[in-house]
Design a protein around this ligand. Structure first.
Ligand code: SF4
Ligand code: SF4
Length: 417
């Protein structure tokens, strides 16, 4: 008898109405019902009942799901698709034999390298050297898509334990999560987030001993490892009395907000997980548009891509736009299909490069329609994916910038005047 890997009642809340189809990137790209949310939910139920086996044909439609949660946002029945796909992935990873290449990508690169900053630095060192020698073109063709994602000149920037605010009226204390990949490739962005928060009146504490938020594990079907990360981070942050917990990457923020759900069946940790999750905020939930001034003079035309894990997983759409309108005014333009996944989706662009490339092209084509010279977003993965897409399209002149760097830059410009 098969151990139930999802709650069938959750799966049965899907009434197959199809209202989510046009919000699903993989359905939009293919028109294939098997690659739609309701097709996948139906397949999960078939697997659960044992009516179909776990094999290439049944795993592929589930692997091609981005986990972007576009379907969850529009579902009138509030089907918790995120929970269904994460638990199904956990089931797949424990019972399905992958090819050697996929095994190396998933088990070694995604699970054994990326969650550990020093291992990521070590793994990227040969690429840095190859770039320094200017022989990147010699790399085998199948690795080029992957290496094109790694930004040139990335660097980490260690943060002090305490970054105090200079404001006379303190608003509270924030615990800052550095993120694993984020801290290696986007050190300056982390520093920018901390500066914005201290300017907003918060003392920022960056506790030592924190680990990966667990997103890399939960998205790739290793929920127990994700729970271990959650327990570790809860312990670390409980040592500091913080009012809020903030991170610079939306994908990680969404996972941190789910610690309560992740640990709900662990009696020793359920309440602690819930308390931790209740403190998590995205930077845009803390910053007030009123503290920024309009700077239309010499402002480039900017547009904004909604990171799925900010928009769909955390339901945050308006706040970044309010901030942008406050500083850019009419120099801000909406991006067509801004809420459609760019194909990054954590490690998806490594494990599913074909669909990721299709969505990357679609995103780039929408960006070009706006005429913007700066694309803003809030997730490092989206930045890497969109930047690589623009370079491939011959539009390296269009900047892709994290919202925190953009806002921080405005302050730096006004300071130097
Ligand atoms: S997931 Fe929601 S929107 Fe999609 S078919 Fe099921 S009930 Fe309808
Ligand atoms: S999570 Fe994204 S890709 Fe997966 S079914 Fe939902 S909308 Fe489609």
């Amino acid at each position: 008898m098969l151990k139930p890997f999802i709650d069938e009642r959750t799966a049965l809340t899907c009434v197959h109405c199809g209202l989510c189809l046009t919000s699903c990137p993989t359905y939009l790209e293919t028109g294939d019902e098997n690659l739609s949310p309701r097709g996948r939910i139906y397949l999960m139920r078939q697997l659960l009942s044992g009516r179909v086996p776990l094999n290439d044909a049944t795993v592929q439609p589930l692997d091609v799901c981005l986990g972007c949660l576009g379907c969850q946002t529009v579902c009138p029945g509030s089907v918790h698709y995120g929970e269904l796909i994460e638990h199904t992935r956990d089931f797949i990873e424990h019972g399905y034999q992958r090819s050697l290449y996929q095994w190396l990508l998933r088990r070694v690169l995604v699970e054994q390298v990326f969650p550990f900053p020093w291992r990521t630095k070590l793994a990227l060192a040969p690429l840095q050297f190859i770039r320094w020698l200017r022989v990147e073109g010699w790399l085998p063709r199948f690795t080029r898509g992957m290496t094109s994602l790694v930004p040139a000149g990335f660097r980490s920037e260690p943060l002090p334990l305490i970054s105090p605010t200079a404001a006379t009226e303190k608003k509270g204390r924030i615990g800052f999560v550095e993120g694993c990949v984020q801290s290696v490739m986007f050190g300056p962005t982390n520093s920018a987030v901390v500066r914005l928060l201290t300017r907003a009146g918060f003392d920022v504490v960056t506790p030592p001993g924190q680990v990966c938020c667990g997103a890399l594990y939960s998205h790739s079907g290793h929920l127990e490892k994700a729970r271990d990360c959650a327990r570790r981070n809860i312990e670390v942050f409980e040592r500091f009395d913080v009012d809020h917990i903030v991170i610079g990457g939306s994908g990680c923020g969404a996972t941190l907000k789910e610690y309560g759900l992740l640990l709900k069946d662990d009696p020793d940790w359920a309440a602690r997980g819930k308390n931790f999750a209740a403190k998590v905020r995205d930077m845009v939930e803390i910053l007030s548009p009123g503290s920024f001034t309009l700077k239309t003079e010499s402002m480039p035309l900017v547009t904004y891509h909604d990171a799925c894990h900010l928009n769909h997983a955390q339901g945050i759409r308006q706040q970044p736009r309010d901030l942008l309108k406050a500083v850019c005014g009419s120099r801000y333009v909406e991006l067509p299909e801004s809420d459609l996944c760019c194909g990054s989706a954590g490690s998806y662009n490594l494990t599913q490069p074909d669909m990721a490339a299709r969505l990357q092209k679609r995103k780039v084509s929408n960006i070009l329609k706006t005429g913007a010279s700066v694309v803003l977003t809030t997730n490092p993965g989206c930045m890497l994916q969109i930047r690589a897409g623009l370079v491939a399209a011959g539009r390296a002149d269009i900047e892709v910038v994290h919202l925190a760097d953009f806002l921080d830059r405005l302050f730096c410009v006004s300071r130097s005047r």
